[in-house]
Design a protein around this ligand. Structure first.
Ligand SMILES: Cc1cc2nc3c(=O)[nH]c(=O)nc-3n(C[C@H](O)[C@H](O)[C@H](O)COP(=O)(O)OP(=O)(O)OC[C@H]3O[C@@H](n4cnc5c(N)ncnc54)[C@H](O)[C@@H]3O)c2cc1C
Length: 498
């Protein structure tokens, strides 16, 4: 096999984690090469599809001004940004993962979250305040909720453009359409990767390798094998290139499998969305305003507590719940109390939507749904929901739940009785998988004995042990940036020690 390149650090992938690793390794003095299975047009993996929200621990607006350059004095005067302390961030991670997340890795992410966003800014990433998504007007002032005031300008695609512009400026080269297919090893360490390049298997020799090439969400066979029946039928919300190749390479090299392999991040996604993410529509297929309505299945029954928590803390497990329903679909139903609050993703052209003046008429239009079952569900729900006239407010869990239902709706429950009504058909869209390999806080990949495999580092979706059962929104990019940056630094330092 011929040697194609020889570098200090080769980074596999061009998404958030890979780009951060490449920039950090370069900053530390290493010669760096990026390789991606995708073409240049399709670069950036799932990151290019992301909304761009990044969860960060902060102690007040002064911390945010270090990240968001464009905050004006007027913004600061008219907005309650609140705080999101490290312990609140940790509590959210612990609670949603049912206290299984690896505390040391999570603490590392949280403690480095603010500093990493500031570093991203220094690399040319522009952040803005997520007024449109995470704030609402309370007593005449905008109030943020949920630890998510920071969003990348231009979303995930903007993040990729900024990081790659900087990589180019730093002289980092990228080989596209060059999938990594294996790791090279000698007796002591990982010595590079094998790639497919223009139909030939070639070697890229490196003193250190960073694998940042995503989970197995785009691999139907692995989804069925690890996540279970019908997961092969889920829609993929993002890139088609994350097929688990990186995980397989790491496991073959002796990496310790870690985390929740039988679970994934998945959310309510337009029923007729294409098989993989659409680079134009991107995340707009998502349907996350269910806390203000109800979701029913083919039998017309509700199947989740739509108001269990803020949507940012429930949406990543509700795709799984939809996938478990007969026919693998659900309808989200809203009345005039909720319709003004629906996110912009409900207003795109590519929606499966029906409207009707009455619930009876709506029932007849919701394809695949048992009308009698649905109307019975709505009668019971409307009797159980408090007839409170206070407007629905997304920024607080209002505690107004149903009374006496076997399956409650815990917050934002109101009778759904003000026509005209709207309903939207959804299925499960998988975002990324939770199973991965175990790393140290230096992003070194551990073997089964818990020892670092010399020369092998990883970051991003390939890291196991961060997410179990569920996920707080905006954490994927933050974890990927923190461990990507760390992997780059560690790989450069390892390469230097060779
Ligand atoms: C629609 C959508 C919206 C989202 N919104 C948010 C959000 O607002 N905030 C947030 O925090 N997270 C969000 N996420 C999740 C977030 O995008 C991911 O967690 C994150 O981007 C993963 O980054 P990564 O670098 O690990 O992987 P990716 O960005 O997926 O990059 C993986 C890279 O590896 C490449 N690759 C794969 N296999 C190979 C191979 N064999 N050889 C070479 N290259 C390979 C891929 O082509 C790709 O470039 C969203 C995801 C989606 C799909």
């Amino acid at each position: 096999m011929s040697v194609m390149e020889s570098v200090d650090v080769v980074v596999v992938g061009t998404g958030n984690a890979a780009s951060c690793a490449a920039l950090a390794a370069k900053e530390a003095g290493a010669a760096v090469l990026l390789v991606d299975a995708a073409s240049e047009d399709d670069r950036g993996g799932n990151t290019a599809y992301a909304g761009g929200q990044m969860r960060v621990a902060f102690n007040g607006v002064d911390d945010l001004t270090k990240v968001i350059a464009d905050l004006t004095d007027e913004d600061i005067r008219n907005t309650d940004f609140g705080t999101y302390t490290a312990s609140e961030f940790f509590d959210d991670m612990a609670r949603v993962t049912q206290y299984r997340c690896h505390s040391e890795l999570v603490e590392y992410v949280i403690d480095n979250s603010l500093d990493t966003l500031v570093w991203l800014r220094s690399k040319g990433v522009r952040f803005e305040a997520a007024f449109g998504r995470q704030a609402s007007k309370v007593d005449g002032r905008m109030k943020f909720w949920g630890g998510l005031p920071c969003i990348v300008w231009g979303g995930g695609a903007g993040l990729i453009d900024a990081l790659h512009a900087r990589a180019k400026k730093d002289g980092i080269r990228t080989l596209y359409e060059t999938p990594a297919v294996g790791l090279l090893r000698d007796a002591n360490r990982v010595t590079g990767i094998t790639v497919l390049h223009k139909g030939e298997t070639r070697e890229i020799r490196a003193k250190a390798v960073v694998l940042a090439c995503g989970g197995f969400e785009a691999n139907a066979e692995m989804r069925a094998r690890y996540l279970g029946p019908n997961w092969d039928l889920a829609k993929v919300r993002g890139t088609r290139f994350n097929t688990g190749a990186g995980l397989r390479m790491a496991l073959d090299a002796g990496a310790r499998s870690y985390g929740h392999w039988s679970c994934a991040h998945s959310s309510c996604w337009e029923l007729n969305a294409p098989e993989y993410g659409d680079p134009i529509v991107k995340g707009a297929y998502q349907k996350h305003s269910y806390p203000f309505g109800v979701m029913v299945n083919a039998d017309g029954n509700r199947f989740v507590d739509e108001g269990a928590d803020f949507q940012t803390l429930t949406y990543a497990r509700f795709g799984r719940e939809v996938l478990a329903q007969p026919g693998l679909f659900a309808w989200q139903v809203f009345d005039q109390r909720a319709i003004p609050l629906l996110r912009e993703t409900y207003r795109i052209r590519q929606v499966t939507q029906v409207q009707a003046a009455t619930l009876e008429e709506l029932a007849s239009k919701m394809e695949g749904v048992n009308a009698d079952g649905f109307l019975k569900t709505m009668r019971e729900f409307n009797r159980a929901a408090p007839a409170d006239e206070a407007p629905l407010n997304a920024s607080v869990k209002d505690g107004l739940g149903t009374k006496g239902l076997a399956l409650p709706k815990s917050n934002w429950a109101r009778p759904i009785d003000r026509g005209p009504f709207e309903a939207y058909a959804v299925t499960a869209g998988i975002t990324f998988t939770f199973g991965g390999v175990k790393i140290t806080t230096n992003a070194e990949v551990e073997d089964d004995a818990g020892r670092p495999i010399p020369g092998l580092f990883t970051a991003g979706e390939m890291v196991g042990g961060l997410f179990y059962h569920n996920y707080p929104s905006g954490t994927g990019l933050t974890c990927g940036a923190v461990f990507g940056r760390t992997a780059g630094r560690s790989a450069a330092s390892f390469a230097k020690s060779m």
